[in-house]
Design a protein around this ligand. Structure first.
Ligand code: BES
Ligand code: MN
Ligand code: ZN
Length: 504
């Protein structure tokens, strides 16, 4: 998709589809909505006036109203998209509405659209242009990659029509950032969407390396041999049941003149297919487990954006990629595995209770390795537990933190990313649930608080290093499409991780 910026009045834009946004400005208790178009000239208002007067369009969030041959406009069509209540307006609402516009255009094969930047007291101009741009690109994504009759109806050009009064440099920068961030999120979504037979750990490693080459950052993809050398007993135990070799992907962004500290370590779960192993999963919905590498993909997407946004901080992205399979060589419940040792300490002994709790095993060694490579601040992302869906539903992803400063940086970033994360606890007293009688710890903690148990397991490896853990199992995939999003991979966490990195 091409994007460009213009500053002419919306009424002068010759386009197949001109998009303007509207809010409901009625006071709280009012019986009727009071629809107000956030366009800077009167022409779209006049064109839509008679239909707005009927009251059938209420400017609800992502509600749409289409007019053909709007009077007084150069555009062939005018699309009004609702932003909901004026009092609750945020740039994220603009992101969703712009995505709705792109998804509206696609099936109608409208290849060139123009979107008028809304103006409002609650809307910071830079964040609004950025969110609008992101929305247009994110809305363009579809997951039907392998349909033989797939008609690619992607929107080819989006013209972002900014107010004439805008600061041009700021608007240009916002557009560019929006493009980088959304393309990187879509890049992650495309990886997540790939089925297990077409995205093995090896292929994921190749894709990451290719991306790094394109954007000029370092990448190494290690195999079993290096993992043995590093004594990654936890990660290796998951890979041993599969004929597909694992990949330990290490991406490094080190800008000239970056301070020696902090060094940010991103660790992603890259299980390209999770059968559960010997503790095999039921076959219902097992096909979904191709997205068990969504955390890893989020890290690759975030690195892709960082390579272009060039913040002045060193970032190391690690993806632990493997398949979790049952076989004659697979690990068994009851086995004891020794995780990668930290400097001067023996590796932690882990009793495997359930081979389906494999994500925490690969991440354990990924976290230790990130620290060994110099990471001073850690963040991991993983489709780690079904239990996080029970706890939080599909709207909020889970976040765990052992450090308030790092957590605060992350939550500040949510105002920009518009994503939803809810914090879950990590009290010391929970530690009892992962005590083992034969080893240091075990890899599951019983029926209750499953997302917390998994996080407590990871905490053993993060130790005192500031660390955030994102459990995105319930939010990485949606089965039903939304007005602003295709069904399938969401690319959750990419935007928030980018903001967290930029906060340093
Ligand atoms: N990949 C799954 C978690 C998952 C479930 C992701 C649903 C996406 C959707 C993970 O490896 C897993 O199997 N977790 C187990 C842990 C249990 C054995 C302690 C789970 O959640 O059931
Ligand atoms: Mn599993
Ligand atoms: Zn898994």
């Amino acid at each position: 998709m091409n994007t460009n910026l213009s500053f002419c009045p919306p009424s002068d834009v010759a386009t197949g589809l001109l998009v303007v946004f509207a809010v409901d400005a009625a006071p709280k208790a009012a019986a009727r909505p009071e629809v107000r178009l956030l366009a800077r000239d009167d022409a779209p208002v006049k064109a839509a006036q008679s239909i707005l007067d009927t009251g059938e369009f209420k400017a609800e969030s992502c509600e749409t109203l289409l007019l053909h041959n709007p009077a007084g406009l150069q555009a062939k069509r005018l699309l009004v998209v609702g932003l909901g209540k004026a009092a609750k307006l945020t740039p994220h609402e603009v992101r969703k509405a712009a995505a709705t516009a792109a998804r509206f255009a696609k099936p109608r094969a409208l290849r060139e659209i123009a979107i008028a930047v809304p103006i409002g007291d609650a809307l910071d101009p830079k964040l609004t242009v950025r969110a609008l741009t992101e929305g247009a690109l994110l809305g363009d994504f579809d997951s039907d990659t392998y349909r033989s009759d797939r008609k690619d109806r992607s929107v080819q050009t989006v013209q972002v029509v900014a107010p004439a009064s805008s600061d041009r440099a700021t608007a240009e920068a916002a557009l560019r950032e929006g493009v980088i961030v959304a393309e990187s999120q879509n890049f992650a979504r495309a990886l997540i969407n790939e089925p297990g037979n077409r995205l093995t750990p090896t292929i994921l490693g190749q894709r990451a390396a290719e991306m790094c080459r394109t954007f000029g950052i370092q990448c190494q993809v290690h195999g079993t041999e290096k993992m043995r050398e590093l004594e990654m007993g936890a990660f290796l135990s998951v890979t041993q049941g599969s004929d597909e070799p694992p990949a330990l992907i290490v991406m490094t962004y080190e800008p000239k003149g970056a301070p020696a500290s902090p060094v940010l370590g991103l660790v992603g779960k890259g299980i390209t297919f999770d059968t559960g192993g010997i503790s095999i999963k039921p076959s219902d919905n097992m096909e979904k487990m191709k997205y068990d590498m969504a955390g890893g993909a989020a890290m690759i997407g975030a690195m892709r954006a960082i390579a272009q946004l060039q913040p002045a901080v060193k970032v190391i992205g690690i993806v632990c990629a493997a398949e979790n399979m049952p076989s004659g060589k697979a690990q068994k419940p009851g086995d004891v595995q020794i995780a990668m040792p930290a400097p001067g300490k023996p590796g932690k002994a882990i009793e495997i209770i359930n081979t389906d709790a494999e994500g925490r095993l690969v991440l354990a060694d990924g976290i230790t390795y990130a620290k060994q490579l110099g990471a001073t601040h850690l963040i991991d992302a993983a489709t780690l537990t079904g239990a996080v869906a029970v706890a939080l539903g599909q709207l909020n992803a889970g976040i765990f933190a052992n450090d308030e400063d790092s957590y605060h940086r992350f939550t500040q970033g949510l105002n920009v990313s518009g994503e939803h994360f809810w914090r879950l606890p990590l009290d010391d007293d929970y530690r009892d649930v992962i005590k083992s009688s034969i080893a240091d710890i075990k890899n599951t903690g019983g029926r209750y608080g499953g997302a917390i148990n998994a996080a407590m397991f990871l905490r053993e490896f993060a130790e005192d290093t500031p660390w955030l853990h994102l459990d995105i199992a319930a939010t990485a995939w949606i089965d039903d499409p939304k007005p602003w999003s295709a069904s399938g991979p969401t690319g959750v966490a990419v935007r928030s991780i980018i903001e967290w990195i930029r906060s340093f």
